[in-house]
Design a protein around this ligand. Structure first.
Ligand SMILES: Cc1cc2nc3c(=O)[nH]c(=O)nc-3n(C[C@H](O)[C@H](O)[C@H](O)COP(=O)(O)OP(=O)(O)OC[C@H]3O[C@@H](n4cnc5c(N)ncnc54)[C@H](O)[C@@H]3O)c2cc1C
Length: 586
């Protein structure tokens, strides 16, 4: 039979019985109906995080704990369902946000416009209260950090998606306003960024980086001049402005009364629309051509007599920026990396369970099982530590000042590797933007490595925190407490303990080598700090003898010893196929 092709409608279905009979290449095959993990409830399918949440909501009333579980279950369903579908649709050519500089009659409007799907994702997440639940009248409980970050973790399983970078910045904005805002600023701006009635959905930003550099904020060339009425006028530029919107914090060098630059970098609050209703002096030059995180846009701007308000004392600008804004963002970047890695692992596992090669399922190959198990162990370890850090941050534990930057570095590094491996396990389909979310997740993961501090800068901040006796002591107390719980239990993990002690010695020895050595080896020190924390966490958790938790402990210890590519230990956990399969299935 002659078949004519005239456009998509005429192309026969690959599953068509008629064509399959005449053309074997079009017969149904192993992944004909494959959809990855779309439609999963991301919370229900995550036993480790459900375990963590159940363990750590015990201090709340039963009603509060149940309300958290129900909310996470509801949001997990939305994230894997409608939010997943909208995010995929929002990431098509022609759907990305655009800058509109002028209106129809030539007035400057410097506006950003997003497609319907993008706005809808933001609306749903905002109405779910993922940063602002405590502003919802029908939420009678405290909105804990654990609850907040569990929601962010679920949202991030769809990738940055245009919402999770904005939500990090909106969370930072809410916190800095709550902490430092004057009563008038709180009254004016909190309803805008957090009020459930607001239609400004995650339209907050934080603009620090200039062309002369992002790491060294002290180099900022934008200047701030105080007016007689107490407000400020800013002139300069900002080179990376993600999610330009309604309200942002920014940095600028303070000018003295004579108009001369001082050494002070202040932090300022800037609304897009001035109090008199006019457009403020922020000119958007162009949208940046970024490789990922494309759901929201990032632009370059020039400040021309921009009206701004001081937020906190300008002399404390940099310290406040780091404490409230960047500190919050770093926690979000780490949770983003966790969420992206979890999704990448889920997609990889689903694919190799479905795909066949050489007559068997791809997951049946030992090398594939090893890779999946390593992805699971690395992801679960960093995820667990991140969740622990949410509790410590909430209680303002001194160790958090070290752990927040540390976990940002660790999580983003792992996420890039895990998303990459997930792509590789898909073969050629892993590279295709319309086959799975993986290429998008991978590009987002790379950006997370740089945003809010490159690894070297983060490493420097970790070293600085570790050199402060109070923080150092708080860190060692945490890991010692973990060991005490382990020692008091019946489970013996000698190999895990040996690796823990090896990493701990790195921390002790580095004191003898001097600051030049420490600076050169800052990331190795970060790795040792992280390994001590993660191994001790698993040792503590393993106390009740749960086989899978012991598996995580032994698996991480082995990866610490041999690295990701070294040969597996002949009688180690990677030789126990049943346990590996159970870990991968978890
Ligand atoms: C997609 C995207 C969105 C972004 N959005 C924003 C935003 O909304 N707001 C904002 O303010 N910024 C934003 N940034 C900027 C980002 O925070 C900076 O790129 C980052 O802080 C690094 O600054 P830089 O690019 O100027 O690199 P540089 O500071 O020039 O660094 C270059 C290299 O030098 C290394 N280096 C610098 N100092 C040291 C040191 N002391 N020790 C060792 N190595 C060092 C760095 O690690 C890096 O490898 C965004 C970036 C990206 C990619």
């Amino acid at each position: 039979m002659t078949q004519t092709y005239s456009g998509d409608a005429a192309i026969p279905s690959q599953a068509s019985g008629e064509n399959a009979a005449t053309n074997p290449g079009l017969a149904p095959f192993d992944i004909s109906d494959y959809r990855g993990v779309a439609g999963y409830n991301f919370y229900k399918e995550d036993p480790l995080i459900r375990r963590f949440v159940a363990q750590n909501t015990g201090d709340q009333t039963a009603k509060h704990a149940a309300a958290i579980q129900n909310h996470l279950m509801e949001f997990g369903e939305l994230a894997g369902g409608v939010l997943n579908d909208l995010t995929i649709d929002a990431h098509k050519e022609g759907k990305y946000g655009e800058v509109v500089q002028f209106d129809a009659v030539g007035n400057r409007i410097d506006e950003v416009r997003y497609c319907y799907e993008q706005r809808e994702i933001r609306r749903i997440c905002f109405e779910q209260g993922i940063v602002n639940l405590n502003y919802h009248e029908d939420w009678p409980h405290e909105f804990t950090m654990l609850h907040r970050m569990a929601l962010a973790y679920l949202a991030n399983q769809n990738g940055e998606g245009g919402v999770t970078c904005p939500l990090a910045m909106t969370d930072g904005m809410i916190r800095v306003l709550e902490a430092l805002g004057t009563p008038e600023q709180k009254e004016r701006y909190l309803p805008l960024v957090a009020g459930p009635e607001s239609d400004s959905h995650f339209m907050a930003g934080q603009y620090v980086t200039e062309r002369v550099g992002g790491s060294n904020v002290g180099q900022n060339r934008t200047v701030a001049r105080k007016r007689e009425d107490g407000t400020w006028i800013l002139n300069g530029e900002k080179w990376f402005c993600s999610n330009p919107g309604d309200l942002w914090v920014t940095t600028a060098r303070v000018l003295d009364a004579a108009g001369e630059p001082t050494g002070t970098i202040g932090m300022f609050l800037v609304p897009r629309i001035k109090r008199n209703g006019d457009l403020n002096g922020c000119r958007i030059l162009r949208k940046k051509d970024i490789i990922g995180s494309r759901g929201k846009i990032t632009v370059e701007t020039v400040y021309e007599d921009l009206e701004a308000e001081e937020l906190g004392r300008p002399a404390h600008g940099l310290a406040n920026m780091i404490k409230y804004v960047i500190g919050t963002s770093r926690i979000h970047v780490a949770v983003a990396a966790s969420g992206m890695s979890r999704r990448a692992f889920l997609e990889a596992r689903a694919y190799v369970q479905s795909r066949e090669a050489y007559g068997k399922k791809v997951i049946e190959y030992p090398t594939v099982l090893r890779t999946l198990a390593e992805m699971q162990i690395l992801h679960s370890s960093m995820n667990w530590c991140n969740f622990r850090n949410y509790l410590w941050s909430d209680e303002k534990h001194a160790a958090s000042q070290l752990l927040t930057p540390l976990l940002k570095y660790v999580s983003t590094t792992h996420a890039t590797w895990i998303t990459h491996e997930a792509m590789m396990l898909h073969g050629g389909n892993g590279i295709l933007g319309d086959f799975s979310v993986l290429p998008r997740l991978h590009n987002d993961a790379i950006i997370n490595e740089t945003w809010e501090g490159t690894h070297n800068i983060i490493g420097e901040h970790v070293l600085k925190a570790f050199s402060r006796p109070r923080i150092r002591q708080a860190y060692f107390e945490l890991i010692e407490d973990n060991l005490k719980v382990y020692e008091a239990g019946d489970v013996e993990l000698p190999y895990v303990k040996k690796m823990f002690q090896q990493e701990r010695r790195v921390l002790e020895d580095c004191e003898d080598y001097g600051s030049e050595w420490a600076s050169m080896n800052r990331l190795a020190i970060c790795d040792a700090l992280y390994h001590c924390l993660a191994l001790s966490e698993w040792m503590r958790e393993a106390g009740d003898g749960e086989e899978l938790i012991i598996g995580f402990a032994r698996g991480l210890a082995e990866i610490v010893e041999r690295g990701r590519l070294g040969p597996t230990r002949p009688h180690g956990i990677f030789s126990d196929r049943d346990l590996l399969e159970a870990l991968v299935a978890y």
